[in-house]
Design a protein around this ligand. Structure first.
Ligand code: NAP
Ligand code: G4F
Length: 327
């Protein structure tokens, strides 16, 4: 039975990746940070077969201890401060966790592996946010990185550190440059989930208005369940490498609003949505659209869920949740 250790198991991708690996017969270990983390109960209920280990990306010794207990064949580094807007307000912490945390994870895996530096296969959760002020459309593995946020800068550090450990030590370390991926498990701070939660509440008469920032930003949105499959496929390759994972289609926040409100039976969303300067960012990533042809050719990976189906899935899930709760 293969063994996997996942950092960030309490996040959206940690949930879908754990499910995928358990279905494939893996023994799955999940790293959870903090004292009495409230999300532990969710993991215990929804993923009872995941063994929880405590540790923090800021603490190399905790990672070494977790590696000793799990003795994994595969290490998926999904843990990060992942909310771009928050990264301006907490730039140093974001650099430590999202950037230096990757180095800590690579170093822990290297030390744990002893003389056999290919013993543990490593996956790094890199991001299309690294393309920032895009220098090419669509963006591929060869596109120049031009990050626009402290989060993006930290991800660039982690990306190059992963490549450096592969080249310096021969480690099987891959970096997945994933474009935005969403699901009903998406955190409520991200624009997609913020919209679908509000649409459900507005449709049920529980809320009247929704405050947003830049409605013209364009993103290449895919389904998280599809994207964790790409992570796993990368790790199974004989040689480690870097891959863009995306749908190849881009949509504005406005288009997301159109599909979401329409699906809930509201044809004119103008009266419900207003723009609030608080949600605009100091520097914006205007357009992301990925070229995932390398992932298609080498990994045989393709997204299955369309943009429209993704939005409908999220609205339906939030409608069900809101119907089940009073207020
Ligand atoms: P998420 O839902 O925000 O989950 C982030 C995870 O990181 C949580 O489990 C969180 O734990 C954990 N974490 C935070 N600080 C930590 C620390 N100091 N030590 C250990 N763990 C820590 O993010 P996601 O959407 O699942 O994304 C997974 C990864 O992919 C992240 O690295 C993200 O930056 C990257 N990524 C995401 C996307 C996307 O569109 N979703 C695209 C490209 C790349 P708590 O629950 O305790 O806070
Ligand atoms: O949903 P977002 O916060 O996602 P963002 O910034 O693209 O980052 C996500 O995707 C990255 C991959 O490219 C990941 F690496 C990262 O961890 C995260 O998962 O914002 C999307 C767009 C932005 O342009 C933002 O300015 O939506 C715009 N937006 C407009 N109004 C808003 C809002 N974003 C949020 N979160 N909240 C708003 O009210």
């Amino acid at each position: 039975m293969p063994r996997a250790l996942i950092t960030g198991v309490t996040g959206q991708d940690g949930y879908y990746l754990s499910k995928l690996l358990l279905e494939k017969g893996y023994e799955v270990y999940g790293l959870v940070r903090g004292q009495n983390n409230p999300k532990i109960d969710f993991i215990r209920e929804e993923l009872p077969d995941v063994t929880i280990l405590t540790g923090d990306l800021l603490d190399v010794s905790s990672l070494l201890r977790a590696l000793g207990k799990a003795n994994p064949d595969e290490f998926y580094n999904l843990g990060a401060i992942s909310f771009v807007a928050y990264s301006w307000e907490n730039a140093s912490l974001t650099s430590d966790v999202t950037g230096k945390g990757v180095l800590n994870a690579l170093e822990a895996v290297r030390l744990h592996s002893g003389d056999d530096l290919r013993k543990v296969r490593f996956y790094q959760a890199s991001s299309s946010e690294m393309f920032g002020k895009v220098q090419q459309v669509p963006q591929s593995e060869m596109t120049l990185l031009w990050p626009r946020s402290p989060y993006g800068v930290a991800k660039v550090f982690g990306h190059y550190m992963t490549i450096n450990y592969r080249e310096s030590y021969g480690m099987h370390a891959s970096s997945g440059i994933l474009f935005n991926h969403e699901s009903p498990m998406r955190g409520p701070e991200f624009v997609t989930r913020k919209i679908t939660m509000a649409v459900a509440r507005i449709a049920l008469g529980k809320q009247k208005r929704l405050a947003l920032g830049n409605l013209d930003a364009q993103r290449d949105w895919g389904f998280a369940g599809d994207y964790v499959d790409a992570m796993w496929r990368m790790v199974q390759q004989p040689e480690a490498d870097d891959y863009v994972v995306s749908t190849g289609h881009t949509h504005s926040v406005r288009s997301f609003l159109d599909v979401a409100f329409n699906h809930a039976g509201i044809s004119n969303w103008d009266k419900h949505v207003y723009q609030d300067p608080d949600f605009f960012r100091p520097a914006e990533v205007d357009l992301l659209v990925g070229d995932a042809s390398k992932a298609k050719e080498v990994l045989g990976w393709e997204p299955k869920v369309s943009f429209e189906d993704l939005v409908r899935m999220m609205v339906d899930s939030d409608l069900e949740r809101e119907r089940a709760t009073k207020d």
